[in-house]
Design a protein around this ligand. Structure first.
Ligand code: OSB
Ligand code: MG
Length: 375
């Protein structure tokens, strides 16, 4: 495929509701979008780097810088025939996986459009609907949390994930379990605990949680193995799984029994598929995480969630949970059974609303074939 231009833009969008985790509160998003033009087609990618380097060491401006100076110049001057060609192209650049993923995933989207097939099919997807859960942030009061859970369950979501941190954990879980003894319930600590908290965490076994996501350090899977051996509840690894090698090491060590896959965190769809395959080999289920994406990233999350080993409900939820107005058409909707239908139309199956994107763009830059890497 002959890539003619790569456009970077930053858009700004207020979240419909603030989202609080153990690492901070997000009220609005700054998002780097990638638009690739090739042979009369346009494909989009979304970079999941946040406003601050709190979830990972990447952040919107570092992703922009590395994309503009290193990654996009390599891609715009290359001959690629599939998204699978991107990792080798970007290999010289260490890290910056979220920046890499935005470009690589746009290339996969472009390839699907060119072949006239659904992105889900191109990625190896086999399901036509995916099960959906919700990730509920830390709330101002426990009462507010209970109301939010009731609303999401009424909407049909199959699994409730509670963001937690010291002080917003055991008491909250007890309250929720008292009201809903049988729902699929999990928690996500985003690294808020230490191994010294093992007894405190072990006491959560009484709440019958589906999993505890990334309880310890963001870059650790050794101490997660020590913790997993002391508790019955399954640990789910998120932050610490950067690639297929991490997945294999973590599963060999017994650091967790479930993996959350985010294509952005691992550098793109190629690595996401490889991690999916490693987990499958170990008999470990995976699910698709979310990073408060717009419809562009959400559409890509739906596509990857259609692979066979994505057996648990993901954090892939309806557009309206995040945005008063999304930037794709139609918006992502979740059925009353808590599922999203995987599109079968060519590409992502959603139309990007470029006029709306234009209005909320605050920064842009274009790279064309012939533009050199800035040295
Ligand atoms: O750890 O899964 C996470 C959001 C931002 C950063 C990290 C995480 C999250 C979420 C929200 O849990 C998932 C979503 O609904 O997009
Ligand atoms: Mg997480």
């Amino acid at each position: 495929m002959k890539i003619e231009a790569i456009h970077l833009r930053e858009i700004q969008m207020p979240l419909a509701h603030p989202f609080e985790t153990s690492f901070g509160v997000t009220t609005g998003r700054r998002i780097l979008l990638i638009e690739i033009e090739a042979e009369g087609l346009t494909a989009w990618g979304e970079c999941v780097a946040g406003e601050h380097p709190y979830y990972s060491d990447e952040q919107v401006d570092t992703a922009w810088h590395i994309t503009a100076t290193e990654l996009a110049p390599r891609l715009v001057n290359a001959e690629v025939s599939s998204g699978r060609d991107c990792p080798a192209l970007f290999e010289q650049v260490r890290g910056h996986r979220m920046a890499k993923a935005a470009l690589e995933n746009a290339v996969w989207d472009l390839d699907a459009q060119q072949q006239g097939i659904a992105l889900a099919k191109l990625l190896g997807g086999t399901r036509d609907i995916i099960p959906c859960g919700v990730s509920i942030g830390i709330q101002a009061t426990p009462e507010k949390l209970m109301e939010t859970i009731a609303k999401e369950l009424a909407a049909g979501y199959q699994r409730i994930k509670l963001k937690c941190k010291p002080g917003w954990d055991s008491t909250i879980f007890a309250m929720v379990r008292e009201c809903w003894p049988n729902i699929l319930l999990s928690c996500d600590a985003n690294s808020a605990y230490r191994l010294a908290d093992a007894d405190h965490i072990a006491a959560w076994d009484q709440f019958n949680l589906l999993m505890i996501e990334q309880p310890l350090w963001h870059d650790d899977f050794y101490f997660h193995a020590r913790l997993q051996h002391r508790i019955n509840t399954k640990i789910c690894l998120d932050e610490c799984i950067r690639n297929r090698r991490d997945a294999r090491a973590a599963l060999e060590l017994g650091s967790g029994k479930i993996i959350n896959i985010k294509a952005g965190r691992v550098g793109g769809f190629t690595e996401a598929i490889a991690i999916h395959d490693v987990a499958q080999e170990f008999g470990i289920p995976v699910w698709c995480g979310g990073m408060l994406e717009t419809g562009i990233g959400r559409a890509h999350n739906i596509a990857i969630s259609s692979l066979p080993n994505f057996t648990l409900p993901g954090d892939v939820s309806a557009s309206k949970r995040y945005w008063t107005q999304d930037i794709i058409e139609p918006e992502v909707t979740v059925s009353s059974a808590g599922t999203i239908t995987v599109p079968t139309a060519p590409g992502s199956g959603f139309a990007v609303q470029s006029d709306r994107i234009e209005r909320i763009t605050v920064r842009r830059q274009t790279l064309r074939r012939g533009d050199a890497i800035i040295s």
